[in-house]
Design a binder for this molecule. Sequence first.
Ligand SMILES: [Zn+2]
Length: 345
Amino acid sequence: MKFEAIPKETIMTVPQKGREPQRVESEIRVDPLTRRTSRICHFMPPAWKKPDLDALVAKAGDWCPFCGDNAHQVTPCFPADLISEGRMRKGNMMIFPNLAPYDSVSAVALFGTHLHFIPMTDFTPSLIAETFAFCCEFFQRITAANHPEAVYHLINWNHMPPSGSSVIHPHLQVFSTSTAPLLMRQELDAAKVYFAQHGSVYWDDLVAAEQADGRRYLGKIGRSHWMTAFAPLGTAGDVMAVVENVRATLELTPADLADIAAGLACAMAAYDKMGLYSFNMGFFTSTADDETFRFHLLFSPRVYFNAVLGTPDTGALRNLYNESISIAFPEKISAMLKPDFNARK
Ligand SMILES: [Zn+2]
């Protein structure tokens, strides 16, 4: 496993620091699998200032399409030959088509029609696990219907506006697709090349290397291994979980989902302490017959660079060059996350 980093140094004089030239280090890291690059520029503040979340929720207005009776009246329904009851329901959870679909089978899952706002630290592992399991029931029905899109089953989660969510009410984006999203497709392809070259699965080797190194490794929960990503996509780093022996979403057992939920809750608790309240989460999956892949997920906090102006944490580098920037070293972020992962042991 090669963890490649290109060190860089900027020299400048800073009026506030006298005449001596200042040296500022940064680093460009290369993802060991895909060779995409990530720039580590360490200007992360010790803590972000969390906004008044109640005021933010109030600003979004009183009417919500996902709340109570509204969810039963205004959300779209699946065609009867796919989901005969129109909308899938279980307790207060609900799954219905996304009005603005990203693919043929593109749905929204609600943790509960009665749960209009959940701060990041209030997502309990049981709530997350139950909702993920309900999404897997949806995937099983798409698969049972022999739908041509029942290839890759993905759960995406955008929580709160900095992450790209336009709705306060917590929800998941749920897809079944035959067209893997770009980075996942690059990983699927690169994993086959890695397997051919090394005779082993990339993520098995990655977990072994990260466990041995320890600087980014956060711990093992059941079959899931948690670590910060060497070359993160997110501004405040990425937390990655790899599930042993699992290749595809529908191979996850109820115990795996509970373990994933427990790890996500640890990550949320830890990032909350840094003043963060918003994140993206995404599943990376192959198909059950792919011996070169391991199911993994990424949890990646999102921030506004300037909350007053609404400045997002993506600029031209990320949007036009697809070059990611992280404002702290993943090893430092891992050290900040470790107490919450250790606390559950
Ligand atoms: Zn609502």
